[in-house]
Design a binder for this molecule. Structure first.
Ligand SMILES: C[S@@+](CC[C@H](N)C(=O)[O-])C[C@H]1O[C@@H](n2cnc3c(N)ncnc32)[C@H](O)[C@@H]1O
Length: 381
């Protein structure tokens, strides 16, 4: 049994906790910003391949205590790194800390890198090189009070990089946050879904992949493939089974629109590059002028926050009209609006039935739920 930690956007820990329990994780324990779990390596591969919410899967190689920099150096040097990866692999060290009394985290990063290199030198007279941009192996140091945790990253690029959405517009949402919002909305494949501010199409692509059983990691590689304990036959069988379980692309009740042509082009290109453009209906339209594409369904939107010139003034005008549009045209629908803008609560003139705090990186946002009853300014009970 191996110990892992999967970080995720803050606010999605419960979703990830439930996923890991369902996937057969042991000792599953949520903490702020992620979930600890234990399991075998096949589970680690599966979480990397299938989970839509985690940002990474980290393998915990050491848990201990420290007081001084020297304690950290010794803890790192004492580990047999050469058993986990080759000296020819490039490395990068990342340090994060909460309530750490040591002066410089940059110094800890250098110290840990030195300790790993010294361990290799002691073993084979050679040391791995550092590559901060595209390292083969990422080592994460986490210090909390006087507790030290060392992790080897099994993901490599963060998991929100699906290897699908290559073209982005301004202010795209991260894929794992978009997937988490879809999960919090309770949307399941088969229910009509509309993103009326679709930008580069992140919600649409996540929803199409979920509908067609396309695993989020199927088009990319992972750092665990470079570790010396990599079990290639297990991984290849898992990937082949995932490919065999995919449903061929077909038209789905998934709808996207955006006011701007450049956004629509980006969304179309992303869907089309992934071979999924026939699955979604795309239209260029102002959110105030669209009609519900089905009698009931789920609307998700990542509201603009003034990223285009002059948009802030327009937004102050947009929100009250948006409340009206929802009431007039979307009775029977539930809308989930994701925003960091607190002004919306007053301006919409529609009371949310739920507000869920969610973080977009360091920015505190809200996912506002509106259950729309035609002509009403109150959410349905
Ligand atoms: C924060 S971005 C959405 C990003 C998108 N979720 C993605 O991942 O790329 C907000 C989008 O709202 C669009 N937008 C702004 N005002 C609009 C309006 N009145 N009607 C429709 N779309 C609008 C912008 O063009 C932008 O693409």
């Amino acid at each position: 049994m191996t110990d892992f930690f999967a970080p995720c956007p803050r606010g999605l820990e419960t979703v990830l906790f439930n996923d890991l329990v369902e996937m057969g994780g042991q000792n599953v324990r949520a903490t702020e910003g992620g979930v600890h779990f234990s399991g075998d390596w096949a589970l680690c591969y599966r979480v990397n391949l299938e989970n839509r919410v985690a940002s990474r899967v980290l393998w915990r190689v050491k848990e201990g205590w420290y007081r001084t920099e020297q304690d950290i150096y010794k803890a790192v040097f004492d580990l047999q790194w050469q058993r986990w990866f080759n000296v020819t692999h490039t490395i990068r060290v990342n340090t994060t800390a909460i309530r750490c009394a040591l002066k410089s985290l940059e110094f800890i990063t250098l110290l840990v890198k030195d300790a790993v290199c010294d361990r290799f030198r002691a073993h084979c007279d050679e040391r791995p090189s550092v590559d901060t941009l595209t390292p083969d192996v990422r080592i994460h140091v986490f210090l909390e009070d006087e507790k030290l945790m060392l992790y080897l990253d099994t993901s490599g690029d963060p998991l929100f990089k699906r290897g699908v959405r290559q073209n982005t517009n301004i202010a795209p949402i991260r894929e794992n946050l978009a997937a988490g919002i879809l999960r919090l909305s309770g949307w399941t494949p088969g229910t009509p879904l509309l993103d009326p501010m679709c930008g580069s199409g992140t919600f649409l692509i996540e929803a199409v992949q979920m509908s067609l059983n396309i695993q989020p990691g199927i088009a990319r590689s992972f750092a665990f493939e470079k570790l010396l304990n990599f079990d290639k036959p297990v991984w290849q069988a898992m990937k082949q089974a995932a490919i065999a379980a995919q449903v061929p692309p077909k038209p789905l009740e998934i709808y996207g629109s955006d006011m701007y042509g450049d956004a629509m082009k980006t969304a179309w290109r992303n869907l089309s590059d992934a071979g999924l453009s026939d699955c979604v209906e795309l239209n260029q339209a102002n959110i105030l002028e669209i009609s519900a594409p089905a009698e009931h369904g789920i609307m998700v939107a990542n509201l603009p926050y003034g990223e285009r010139m002059g948009e802030l003034d327009e937004l102050a005008e947009l929100y009250p009209k948006l409340g009206d549009t929802l009431k007039r045209k979307f009775g029977g629908w539930t809308a989930y609006l994701f925003t960091a803008d607190k002004a919306i609560l007053k301006l919409m003139r529609l009371s949310p039935s739920k507000r869920t705090p969610l973080f977009n990186g360091a920015i505190e946002c809200r996912l506002l739920e509106y259950k729309i009853v035609s002509g009403s300014n109150r959410p349905a009970k």
